[in-house]
Design a binder for this molecule. Structure first.
Ligand SMILES: C[S@@+](CC[C@H](N)C(=O)[O-])C[C@H]1O[C@@H](n2cnc3c(N)ncnc32)[C@H](O)[C@@H]1O
Length: 298
């Protein structure tokens, strides 16, 4: 799929969808903001393809931002320390992972977080409300090998160093200085209205807060794209956004649901991408990678 470096194997990362989302980005972006960065897959993709002059990467989870900063600004130190933590483990034992997890929960060291993300079940992070990491070890894997990590860290640093600003905090603050010549890509946590608290993230959001913030961006004329809700086999995960925001909703093919595959049914997973006017014509039905390619050729 892509040979882009990806040091943070974050479940829910937009790594696979980034090329499809990229088709809706305007040309000549001043600063690309990613205020719900996580592993910053969209920023990495856009930087690699020179889609913006500068990048602002933010997340409300402080150690995640510290990790991204450490990857970009101190690549050698980051991969050396990851190698040390990784080499401390032995196959088949959970004790070491739990030690690193306890250490992370008291010191919040970003490279300890990277090791936990790499070694935990399905790379699916879980945090409680206090930001403590609660996911368990995947005993069958050792996590990304230090050599592969070093190459990925160096690759990301190479593309983003000197062009990227890191911000910790709420998405609205991170994007507060975005203007009409910039672009904001947002991938908030699913709103837990119908599925309860989403334990992947330490912080929850309401649709009201989201819409208020989007309204502010619209009022300032800032172009943006928002990955919002998803759908598997026709079951929706979130309520659609109000028409008053004037956004175009596109449905992107995001793969087949692993849950459904396990139970023998192959169901398509679809994700909404809401974009501001002028970035896309409304499209009926699901946009698949080939269709997005054909659209480019028009
Ligand atoms: C779905 S993940 C983003 C994944 C990302 N697109 C990637 O490629 O890895 C959502 C992120 O938003 C962060 N977050 C949750 N609430 C937030 C808020 N109010 N402001 C900023 N970030 C927030 C979480 O810590 C999490 O990293």
């Amino acid at each position: 799929m892509s040979k882009l470096p990806h040091p943070i194997p974050y479940q829910g990362s937009k790594r696979k969808l980034a090329p499809m989302i990229d088709r809706y980005l305007p040309r000549g972006i001043g600063t690309l903001y990613e205020p719900f960065a996580g592993s910053a897959a969209m920023t990495i993709y856009a930087a690699h393809h020179r889609r913006a002059e500068r990048f602002v990467v933010g997340d409300s989870l402080e150690p995640m931002v510290a990790l991204l900063r450490s990857i970009v600004e101190e690549p050698e130190r980051t991969s050396a320390r990851y190698g040390e933590v990784w080499r401390g483990q032995r196959e088949g034992e959970a004790g070491y992972f739990n030690e690193v997890r306890d250490r992370y929960n008291s010191d919040r060291d970003p490279v300890d977080l990277l090791y936990l993300i790499c070694r935990c079940v399905k790379n699916a992070v879980r945090f409680n409300r206090d930001g403590r990491f609660t996911q368990s070890v995947d005993k069958r894997r050792l996590g990304m090998h230090p050599e592969k990590m070093a190459a990925a860290v160096l690759g990301v640093s190479h593309t983003l160093r000197g062009r990227t600003e890191f911000r910790v905090g709420d998405w609205r603050e991170t994007a507060a200085d975005a203007g009409p010549g910039d672009f904001v890509y947002m991938d908030p946590p699913y709103l837990g209205t119908s599925i309860g608290r989403d334990k992947r993230y330490h912080q929850q959001m309401t649709q009201e807060e989201l819409c208020e913030g989007l309204g502010e961006l619209r009022a300032r004329g800032v172009p943006f794209a928002l990955s919002y809700d998803g759908m598997t086999g026709g079951r929706e995960y979130g309520p659609p956004l109000p028409d008053t925001l004037g956004l175009t909703r596109l449905l992107l093919h995001a793969g087949t649901s692993s849950q459904s595959t396990l139970s023998g049914r192959k169901e398509e997973t679809v994700e909404s991408l809401y974009v501001t006017p002028g970035l896309a014509e409304p499209v009926a039905g699901v946009i698949r990678p080939e269709a997005a390619q054909a659209r480019l050729a028009l």
